[in-house]
Design a binder for this molecule. Structure first.
Ligand SMILES: CC(=O)N[C@H]1[C@@H](OP(=O)(O)OP(=O)(O)OC[C@H]2O[C@@H](n3ccc(=O)[nH]c3=O)[C@H](O)[C@@H]2O)O[C@H](CO)[C@@H](O)[C@@H]1O
Length: 357
C-alpha cells in the first residue's frame, strides 16, 4: 500500500504555494496525497489545479487581531473544524502531516496530534505566525526559511532549510511574457505585486504615478481580487487580479519588481534575480513580519525598502529610481545566493518523520 501524506495550509496564497511546490514530488514518488483546507478559501482554488490531490474542505475560523462580531462565532467554527479534521484524518490514515500554517491549519494539526500522526510545520517568515505558534508544541519539526527565525523559536525542533520554491517558476520565458502582456521590447518592465490578496495602498500609488511611469517603463500590475480598475486603458499598462500559470513568464519578462514583503514572493524574486522595491505590510495591519522580512533582504543587498508609513507619490518615485540605479549591484548580490537544495532537504525531513519510512 502506498504511503500517504496530508498537506494543510491556507487563507492566502503564501500559505498554499509552498505545498504546491512539494506535492508533485510526493506524487512522483508514488505517495497518495490528501489536502485539508477551507471550503471556499484560496487553497481550494489553487489546489484544484494540482493533479492527484484528494481535497477536503472543513469549517474554519480566522485568528483575527481586530474586533469583529465574527470573533465570537469563530471559536465554534474552529471547534467544528477540529472534529471534522479529526474524523477525516482517522479515515485517511496519513503517515505524516505537512502544515504550511495559516488559520485553516490549526484544526488539522490538532486533529493529526489526536490521531497520533507526526507533524512537520513550515514557517516562511522571520517571526512565527499565530497558527504555527499554536502548532509548535504538537509538531515533530519546524522548517524555517530565514536563519534569523532560529532566534525566535527556542526549540531544537526548529531546523533552517531556506525557501521552498515551485519548480515551474524557474521555467519562465521573457519573450513569452512580453507577448502575453502585449509589451514592446524597447521599454523596461516593472512588475507590481501587492501580495497574493493585493494592496489598496500600493495599487493607489501605482495608479497615481502611471502617467510618469509609462513615459519610461511598461507596468504589469497584479492588483488582487476585485481590485482591477476597469476605467484605465493605457498602452504599456496591464492589470490582473491574480496570475497562475503564466506567472513564470511574466516574472521572466520583468526588469524590476515592486512588491509587498510576503516571504514566498520575495524568495521567488531572489531566486529569479529580480531586484525588488519592498513595501512591507505595516505593523498596524499585521504582526510586523513583512517589515522584518524586508529589513533582512535590504541588509543582504537584495532590495530597497519603503515603509508604508513613508509611502507617498514622491517617496515611491525616489525609491524606484534608487532601485534602478542599484540594479546591477543587487543582481550581483542575488547570484551569490543558492537555495537549490531546500526542497530535497524538506522531503528528507518529512520522510524521516513519517510513520512508514
Ligand atoms: C496579508 C498577509 O497575511 N500576508 C502574509 C501572506 O502573504 P501572501 O499570501 O501575499 O504570501 P507570499 O507573498 O509569501 O506568497 C504569495 C504566493 O502567491 C503567488 N502568487 C501571487 C500573486 C499572483 O498573481 N500569483 C501567484 O502565484 C506568489 O508567487 C507566492 O508564491 O503569507 C506570507 C507568508 O507566510 C507572509 O509573509 C505575509 O505577511
Amino acid at each position: 500500500m502506498s504511503k500517504r501524506i496530508l498537506f494543510t495550509g491556507g487563507g492566502s496564497a503564501g500559505h498554499v504555494t509552498v505545498n504546491v511546490a512539494l506535492i508533485p514530488r510526493f506524487v512522483a514518488s508514488g505517495w497518495d496525497v490528501s489536502y485539508i483546507g477551507s471550503i471556499k478559501g484560496i487553497e481550494s482554488e489553487l489546489i484544484s489545479n494540482v493533479d492527484h490531490v484528494d481535497y477536503h474542505g472543513i469549517s474554519t475560523g480566522k485568528l483575527r487581531r481586530y474586533m469583529s462580531v465574527e470573533n465570537f462565532k469563530d471559536p465554534f467554527r474552529i471547534v467544528k473544524g477540529v472534529f471534522e479534521a479529526y474524523s477525516l484524518i482517522r479515515k485517511i490514515k496519513p503517515d505524516v502531516v505537512f502544515s504550511k500554517g495559516g488559520f485553516v491549519s490549526v484544526p488539522v494539526v490538532i486533529g493529526a496530534k489526536l490521531n497520533n500522526v507526526p507533524i512537520i510545520i513550515h514557517e516562511s517568515d522571520i517571526t512565527p505566525g499565530l497558527a504555527n505558534k499554536i502548532a509548535l508544541p504538537l509538531a515533530t519539526k519546524v522548517c524555517v526559511t530565514f536563519p534569523e527565525t532560529l532566534d525566535h523559536i527556542k526549540s531544537d525542533k526548529a531546523t533552517y532549510v531556506g525557501a521552498i520554491i515551485r519548480d515551474e517558476l524557474r521555467t519562465g520565458n521573457a519573450t513569452r511574457g512580453r507577448s502575453l502582456l502585449k509589451f514592446v521590447d524597447s521599454k523596461p518592465i516593472i512588475l507590481v505585486m501587492g501580495g497574493s490578496l493585493g494592496s489598496k495602498k500600493i495599487n493607489g500609488t501605482i495608479r497615481n504615478n502611471l502617467p510618469q511611469l509609462l513615459k519610461q517603463y511598461q507596468v504589469v500590475h497584479i492588483c488582487g481580487k476585485g481590485q482591477i480598475d476597469p476605467s484605465i486603458h493605457l498602452d504599456g499598462y496591464q492589470q490582473f487580479e491574480y496570475i497562475q500559470d503564466e506567472l513564470s513568464d511574466v516574472i521572466a519578462s520583468a526588469d524590476v519588481v515592486v512588491t509587498r514583503a510576503g516571504s514566498n514572493s520575495i524568495f521567488e524574486f531572489l531566486a529569479l534575480h529580480k531586484p525588488m522595491l519592498l513595501i512591507p505590510l505595516s505593523r498596524a495591519a499585521s504582526r510586523g513580519d513583512q517589515i522584518l522580512n524586508a529589513q533582512s533582504f535590504q541588509k543582504a543587498g537584495y532590495a530597497e525598502v519603503l515603509l508604508e508609513e513613508e509611502l507617498t507619490d514622491e517617496s515611491f518615485i525616489q525609491s524606484l529610481e534608487l532601485l534602478l540605479y542599484n540594479r546591477q549591484q543587487i543582481v550581483d548580490n542575488m547570484t551569490k545566493h543558492d537555495q537549490s537544495s531546500t526542497i530535497d532537504q524538506v522531503i528528507q525531513l518529512i520522510q524521516k518523520a513519517a510513520k512508514r519510512k
